[in-house]
Design a binder for this molecule. Structure first.
Ligand code: GLN
Length: 303
């Protein structure tokens, strides 16, 4: 097997050789302006080494990938009580589906679809102000990455606030079912801002280390919880594309509509990939291809 840096460099060339990049998210105007023809990948191994290829230091909007961090915080805060408000089953629906939430009386299927992440955010927000909640989320992400140079892009948050009609519909429906402790505006304001955190693939791969489960990094959450977060990433991390991703890649992972994907090789590595063009599920097109190639080349799979 060629060494990892060579594999990544080859992968970067392969991804750029083909001109089908997918479409950037159009419903958030700030994201619609991003050039889709970009690619970056980073791997942090359990030895603490980081290998990268492509635009590895370009910051991008991590969007739904923050749902992993907010879930870790919410479970740390509320424990199993959280599951009274949100389920743990794959949704088989688009990430912003409204119909399922109504059919299931306002209890979102899982914490990674939008409705579930709004509930998780609301749980962390309860009894506190958005500013303090966002500071805690940022602090968690920065500590995980070992990097204080990670910030929220306020233009992206404002852009989504102005155009996030579906999320407002979801939040108001949750409130009508009694599954929101804060006002929809407050819960969503916090949600949009944590989604607007920006990182490079290098920073994201570093931030993913807390999910590897290895004694070599400082422990941020309980080992049992690491396994459970990984289980949810595998089954729900790519929405209605989760089965396909598990079949093709075989690793727990979480995607974001900014074109990023964070995948975990338990006990071994954390992988971050970014390419802003999306497939029909709203997951990075080239990011998914690259994850599949890397997993195959390295023999990485949880199966
Ligand atoms: N902020 C985005 C939204 O709520 C996140 C969606 C995603 O990344 N899939 O629509």
């Amino acid at each position: 097997m060629p060494p990892l840096p060579e594999i990544l460099s080859q992968l970067n060339d392969d991804m750029r050789a083909n001109d089908t990049w997918g479409d950037v998210a159009a419903y958030i105007p700030e994201l619609a302006r991003v050039d889709p023809a970009q690619f970056a990948i980073a791997v942090t191994t359990d030895d603490g080494d980081v290998f990268t290829a492509g635009n590895a230091d370009t910051a991008f909007s991590v969007q739904s990938i923050t749902k992993v961090f907010t879930l870790a915080i919410a479970l740390g805060r509320s424990g199993d009580q959280l599951w009274r408000r949100v389920g743990r089953e794959p949704s088989g629906r688009a990430f912003n589906s409204i119909v399922q939430l109504e059919q299931e009386s306002g209890r979102p299927r899982n914490p990674f679809i939008n409705a579930g992440a709004i509930v998780t955010t609301d749980e962390i927000l309860t009894g506190r102000e958005p500013r303090d909640t966002l500071a805690e989320i940022l602090q968690f992400v920065r500590a995980a990455a070992g990097d204080d140079n990670i910030h929220i892009n306020h233009s992206v948050a404002a852009s989504e606030t102005a155009h996030g009609h579906r999320n407002f519909a979801l939040a108001h429906f949750l409130a009508s079912c009694g599954n929101l402790n804060n006002t929809p505006e407050k819960a969503l304001g916090t949600y949009f801002h944590h989604c607007a955190i920006e990182m490079s693939v290098r920073q994201l791969a570093m931030a993913g280390r807390f999910l590897i489960e290895t004694p070599k990094f400082p422990r941020m959450i309980l080992p049992q919880r690491i396994r459970r977060l990984n289980a949810l990433m595998l089954t729900c991390g790519h929405y209605d594309g989760s089965g396909d991703f598990a079949y093709r890649v075989g690793l727990p992972a979480k995607s974001g509509v900014g074109g990023g994907i964070l995948a975990i090789v338990p006990g071994k590595a954390s992988i971050a990939v970014w390419s802003p063009g999306l497939n029909r599920y709203g997951n990075s097109l080239k990011g998914t291809q690259a994850m599949a190639s890397l997993a195959r080349a390295m023999g990485w799979s949880i199966f």
